[in-house]
Design a protein around this ligand. Structure first.
Ligand code: NDP
Ligand code: 2IT
Length: 445
């Protein structure tokens, strides 16, 4: 049995009951054998046993009071996974499905994603099973304050810098930042995704969606193609989906779907800038359901369905993990899809990934394609340290360059390791080598 197989058995045993975490680890391990053949030090110094173990895991009670005066309780988490390359960095997710397995998969992916960005950031993730849906602003505020009343002692601008993810946007970041500031009496860059007026960065709200489209553009460039005129399906209708649609429009593509946990809207005429503006108000201000789009614009609503049955040239999964299964992947390809760029984290099941890789379509896995969000968080940290703000064009140009570099790193690794164009292999290898070498340099970590 190879070293990787031996460690995999141990990981499976020690993390039984954590399917999402095991899925994320398996995907990385499956890419690494050529790397271990080349560098025996990784095995000799047990790098895999160490890298799958979070450096620190924090689980805490979050009591809060609802609008009726009732005491509620949720569970809060922060997984500080790896600090070889910099302070722990990664989002907070508030969603009723949040558990240890999901946050560990996200934290593990974040290590390699952050490594690919070339910025100095380690990997972490956190959140809560709190459901912001249907809660008043005051309930959300009281929850965020209580969450931060415990989290504050574990984080800091040079220690661990959380940001948003599902269910955590500028509103939640604001309430948490306010509470951190009151407790510590410090105005520091302890969170990213802040509003511009109090320490945020231009382009951070747009960055994940824009970056994901830039990554798609880079994959197309290799084949001398462009997004111009491409019909694109997008899932989700939150932060990532909205700015994916915005950048697709800017690149001359035609986005035709959006979704939420209730279903999908299909607008064959195309989601225009005006319609997108309406969606942003619906989702970010009125906090309504995407089904309302169908009524407003006369589009088709497919209740309880995802967008993957709609024919497209390019697909941008931007909702959540495992939203594309093996059959969805086959349907996409049968209908002519030739590119998938993942805005969400691990949206494709292992069966779907196998279909994309074996059919050799352009497939950008989340840890490369959605790294624009955390990259721009890194740029927000730099601006906070300098107490300066860069112009919109400057941040966007840096984001664009970082996505180009990530694409090159993943593509070049795929060439070097004999599977040209396999971005899964390339991203895992390029992300891993930097972290592993830093851990070797740092000794007993
Ligand atoms: P938002 O909370 O802004 O939006 C999430 C969207 O996905 C909503 O439309 C939501 O629908 C839908 N969704 C969430 N969970 C499910 C589910 N279980 N089934 C079906 N639909 C679901 O989150 P983001 O846009 O920020 O995040 C989307 C994805 O992008 C996540 O995978 C996240 O990890 C990833 N990501 C986000 C980054 C960021 O900077 N924000 C950076 C990199 C990756 P509903 O409202 O009905 O729940
Ligand atoms: O998955 C992700 O990369 C994020 N949710 C963004 C993390 C960050 O620190 O900006």
């Amino acid at each position: 049995m190879s070293y990787i197989e031996k460690v995999w058995q141990r990981v499976e045993h020690r993390n039984a009951g954590e399917p999402e975490f095991l899925q994320a680890v398996k995907e990385v391990f499956d890419s690494l054998s050529p790397v271990f053949d080349k560098n025996p030090r990784y095995e000799k110094e047990n790098i895999l046993e160490r890298i799958v173990e979070p450096e620190r895991q924090i689980i805490f009670r979050v009591p809060w009071i609802d609008d009726k005066g009732n005491m509620q309780v949720n569970r809060g988490f922060r997984f500080e996974f790896n600090s070889a390359l910099g302070p722990y960095k990664g989002g907070l997710r508030f969603h009723p499905t949040v558990n240890q397995s999901i946050l560990k998969f996200l934290g593990f992916e974040q290590i390699f994603k952050n490594s690919l960005t070339t910025l100095s950031m380690g990997g972490g993730k956190g959140g809560s099973d709190f459901d912001p849906k249907g809660k008043s602003d005051m309930e959300v505020m009281r929850f965020c304050q209580s969450f931060m009343t415990e989290l504050f002692r574990h984080i800091g601008p040079d220690t661990d810098v959380p940001a948003g993810d599902i269910g955590v946007g500028a509103r939640e970041i604001g309430y948490m930042f306010g509470q951190y500031k009151r407790i510590r009496n410090e105005f520091t860059g302890v969170l990213t995704g802040k509003r511009l007026e109090w320490g945020g960065s231009l382009i951070r709200p747009e960055a994940t969606g824009y970056g994901c489209v830039y990554f798609a553009d880079e994959m197309l460039k290799v084949k001398k193609q462009t997004l111009e005129g491409c019909v694109c399906t997008v899932s989700g209708s939150g932060n990532v989906a909205q700015y994916t649609v915005e950048k697709l429009l800017a690149m001359g593509a035609k986005p035709v779907t959006l979704s939420d946990s209730g279903g999908t809207i299909h607008d064959p005429a195309g989601i225009t800038a005006e319609k997108l503006e309406w969606v942003m108000d619906l989702k970010n201000v009125r906090r309504g359901r995407i089904s309302e789009y169908a009524t407003e614009f006369g589009a088709k609503y497919m209740a309880n369905q995802n967008p993957w049955s709609i024919p497209c040239d390019c697909a941008f999964p931007s909702a959540t993990q495992n939203e594309i299964n093996g059959d969805d992947a086959k349907t996409l390809i049968k209908n002519g899809c030739r590119l998938v760029s993942e805005g969400a984290n691990m949206p494709s099941t292992p069966e779907a990934v196998d279909v994309f890789v074996s059919e050799k379509i352009m497939y950008g896995p989340g840890k490369a394609a959605n790294a624009g969000g955390v990259s721009t968080s890194g740029l927000e940290m730099s601006q906070n340290s300098m107490r300066l703000n860069w112009e919109r064009d400057e941040v966007d140009a840096r984001l664009r360059q970082i996505m180009t570099n990530i694409h090159s790193a993943a593509y070049n690794a795929s060439v070097e390791y004999g599977e040209t164009g396999n971005y899964v292999l390339g991203a895992n290898i390029a992300g891993f080598i930097k972290v592993a070498n830093a851990m070797l340099d740092q000794g007993l970590v």
